[in-house]
Design a protein around this ligand. Structure first.
Ligand SMILES: [Fe+2]
Length: 422
């Protein structure tokens, strides 16, 4: 039976209005009438994906592709999910198949470029994004992604140019970061006051650059996100949280194996590995329980600093998602200084720290990092001892790193961010 135009328009409208709950219901009804409509199944899968049920969405796409093996859109949509849950190798293969079938599929080429970027194959990612600009030179997403790859390989002037043509919540802060690295003080301060007038400074990366510049240039600049972020580091004990359950902790420690999550190349990490994708996209009981525990800690953090007057507390994002990943460090391993640009509040929960037999591995917080030019200025460092079952929460604008870890057993941490959603 042929699906009629009006019914298709109805479900497409729900998708375009991001009404995924209604879309899910409408697709169920639609598919009971038209069970052979690939478009209906595609939208049904997208509704599951956007409601957070990636496993279900993945199953639908896998079935759909086995029945419609020559459809690049379906391949791209499935590859997007593989990449989200950390299966970058599978995503790469599928994007390539989709591009073979449709060499001008912007979504597939962009997806492939992103997978290369995640895998650290930056030259390949640059070629992918540039190939989009060859036939769509003002594509804002490709310009942003290309700027990101240029920045990651240190081509800051090229990155500044691409960021200026991009549209992404991080474009302006990343452009300021590149300017801070390669342009002079006058250029930087002009750009900073322009961004201040446009109320663009309320985010962790802007705040991090401003904190650094204040010390480097010995001059105070407005910092709407957080002044003195080191004062807002909070350590608590998760065994005191109502959601604490030792069995859940043990399941999370082994989750990379049980859920077949790929490693993510992490140049900041020596002697260890980090999971790819967002752990909280995997919906199983232990992940859901640990998510509840973290959310409760975050609420308690927020309320303990409610009278701080700091911008990141006063302007807490109305909508956000929790991003999480596992960092597994072996003997001698350490994490180099970094901050969490995409976050708002960041944290690490120490799942396994064999303290009796190990030393080091403590976390240090500072306002200096990322190789920013510091003109020889001294920056304070705050050290926090790391112990099993501790959770540390801090504004995402602070650089942090670890001392080399010495111990017989690996140290396993669950790191996470609250990421605002516009
Ligand atoms: Fe971190």
């Amino acid at each position: 039976m042929e699906a009629d135009k009006r019914k298709i328009e109805e479900i497409v409208n729900l998708y375009e209005n991001n009404d995924f709950k209604e879309l899910n219901k409408a697709c169920e009804k639609f598919l009971s009438e038209f069970p052979n409509s690939p478009l209906g199944w595609n939208l049904y899968a997208l509704s599951f994906k956007n409601l957070g049920n990636l496993q279900k969405a993945m199953k639908i796409y896998e079935n759909l592709i086995s029945e419609n093996p020559q459809t690049p859109t379906l391949m791209t949509n499935l590859a997007n999910i593989y990449s989200d849950i950390g299966r970058q190798v599978d995503a790469e293969k599928l994007y390539k198949k989709a591009i073979k079938l449709d060499p001008k599929s912007i979504n597939a080429i962009n997806g492939l470029g992103m997978v290369y970027q995640i895998m650290g194959k930056l030259e390949e990612s640059i070629r992918s994004f540039e190939s989009i600009l060859d036939f769509d030179m003002n594509n804002k997403y490709a310009n942003f992604n290309l700027a990101e790859s240029y920045r990651k390989i240190g081509k800051y002037d090229e990155a500044i140019d691409c960021y200026s043509k991009a549209e992404n919540p991080l474009s302006k802060s990343h452009m300021l970061e590149c300017i801070y690295r390669v342009k002079d003080k006058k250029f930087f301060t002009n750009q900073l006051s322009l961004l201040n007038q446009e109320n663009e400074l309320l985010n962790p990366l802007m705040s991090c650059i401003i904190s650094h510049a204040s010390i480097r240039y010995d001059e105070s600049f407005d910092n709407p996100f957080c002044n003195d972020p080191i004062d807002y580091i909070r350590v608590s004990d998760i065994t005191e949280n109502d959601h604490y359950d030792i069995n859940v902790i043990n399941q999370i420690i082994n989750i990379q194996k049980t859920e077949s999550i790929d490693d993510k190349p992490q140049p900041l990490l020596n002697g260890g590995k980090q999971t790819s994708g967002n752990l909280f996209k995997i919906k199983n009981n232990s992940i859901q329980k640990i998510e509840m525990l973290i959310m409760e800690e975050i609420d308690s953090y927020k309320s303990s600093f409610r009278n701080s007057g700091q911008g990141f507390i006063l302007n807490w994002p109305k909508k956000y998602e929790l991003l999480g990943w596992i960092v597994d460090i072996k003997e001698g391993g350490k994490l180099k200084p970094h901050m969490h640009k995409q976050g708002w509040l960041s944290g690490s929960m120490y799942l396994k720290v064999d303290k009796d037999k190990s030393e080091g591995g403590d976390i240090l917080f500072t306002l200096d990092g990322a190789g920013y030019p510091n003109d020889g200025k001294k920056f304070d460092i705050k050290k926090v001892n790391v112990e099993e079952n501790k959770i540390i929460l801090f504004p995402s604008s602070i650089f942090h790193y670890t001392t080399p870890f010495e111990g017989r057993e690996n140290r396993v941490t669950l790191a996470f961010d609250i990421k605002p959603i516009d």
